[in-house]
Design a protein around this ligand. Structure first.
Ligand code: GLN
Length: 195
């Protein structure tokens, strides 16, 4: 499986290592044309406003917006903010790909970063989750499936071929979240059964 990791800014290398560990072939995507070479994409954490700035400089934004409409994509933290359909605190442009609203830096100054333990819908051990200046998902549309919550807040969600996490799964030893993404990619790429 050929997975791209958007490498304009932020925490892309830890995603690369994790995906390679799980057997994927990884391309660090720095130019819009590289999106043609990959089947799926990870948009890492970082600073979503800085991502947008880079994407707008290079004519990358339109290409990325059309990629995420059909190709499996996993946005973590800033990447989740980019995939949203509505962004607040402050309002910001996004790819409008997932039916979620997110509030940036939603945990306030005192608790900007913390490690949580999540129960996730797939069962098994609790999942360690590293939150860094994390956003909160404040609304989810009817097609959005919640895979994990922190307290009452959805923090890992899926809508068809798209996944978003408000935390940094690439910073924990647990590989289950990336594994789940690779399974989502496989399901999305499987040709529809012929009748
Ligand atoms: N606070 C960042 C933003 O609003 C996201 C932080 C992260 O990706 N760790 O874009």
């Amino acid at each position: 499986m050929k997975i791209g990791v958007l490498a304009l800014q932020g925490d892309f290398d830890a995603h690369r290592r994790r995906l390679e560990e799980l057997g994927a072939e990884v391309t660090l995507v720095r130019k819009p044309d590289q999106l043609d070479e990959v089947e799926a994409l990870v948009i890492p954490g970082g600073e979503s406003s800085t991502f947008l700035w880079h994407l707008e400089q290079s004519g990358f934004l339109e290409k990325l917006a059309s990629f995420v409409r059909t190709r499996p994509t996993f946005g973590t933290c800033a990447g989740a903010i980019l995939l949203a359909s509505e962004v607040t605190n402050p309002p910001q442009k996004a790819l409008n790909a997932m039916d979620i609203a997110v509030e940036r830096n939603a945990y306030g100054r005192q608790v900007q970063s913390f490690i949580g333990e999540l129960q996730w819908s797939l069962g098994g051990q609790p999942l360690e989750a590293v939150f860094i200046r994390a956003p909160k998902i404040t609304r989810i549309g009817p097609k959005v499936e919640v895979l994990a919550r922190e307290g009452n807040d959805p923090v890992l969600v899926r809508q068809g071929h798209l996944m978003a996490a408000t935390f940094h799964p690439e910073l924990s030893a647990d590989t289950r979240v990336h594994q789940q993404f690779l399974e989502t990619v496989q399901a999305a790429l499987k040709p529809a059964p012929s009748r």
